[in-house]
Design a protein. Structure first.
Length: 155
């Protein structure tokens, strides 16, 4: 029973860590390095530094929370298929970040786009979603295979 709880903590912690990591990567690459967009507006409008600062603070808190939960879960190597749980949760969290952020911010609210104003703006947004979907599917498959292996081992 303890292993099951620890395994769940590893999964939850790695999911949150993956979600936060993808948010950090988004902020570093698209907001800072490429300067394609800001959290709530294009980069040519005032207020972008404050919105990005709030976003980066939230991402940092997410990373810390995920790391703490993962730490409480213990060493993934102590559990059967623990590395699959770790990697699957991380990839699923990263993919879900892209899907949630892409669907809500880029398509529903249209707060910003991956590369606003570009003739291929929609292609960039769809590519962002495709990467998120791919990461989430790989993470899900790793988790599904882990769950099936656990059930088989229990029988």
């Amino acid at each position: 029973m303890v292993l099951s709880t620890k395994r769940k903590l590893i999964y939850i912690g790695s999911f949150i860590l993956g979600f936060g990591f993808m948010g950090a990567l988004d902020g570093i690459i698209f907001h800072q390095l490429l300067q394609w967009h800001s959290v709530i507006m294009n980069t040519d409008r005032p207020g972008q530094i404050a919105s990005d600062g709030i976003f980066h603070f939230a991402v940092t808190v997410t990373l810390v929370v995920g790391a703490i939960i993962l730490w409480v879960g213990g060493n993934p190597m102590d559990h059967k298929r623990g590395i699959r749980v770790l990697i699957g949760g991380f990839l699923l969290g990263a993919g879900i970040f892209n899907l949630v952020e892409g669907i809500i911010d880029h398509h529903l609210l249209q707060i910003h786009h991956v590369k606003p104003g570009d003739p291929n703006e929609l292609a960039y947004d769809l590519g962002f979603l495709a990467i998120g979907l791919l990461l989430a599917l790989i993470g899900y498959i790793l988790q599904r295979n882990q769950k099936e292996s656990t059930r088989t081992a229990e029988v």
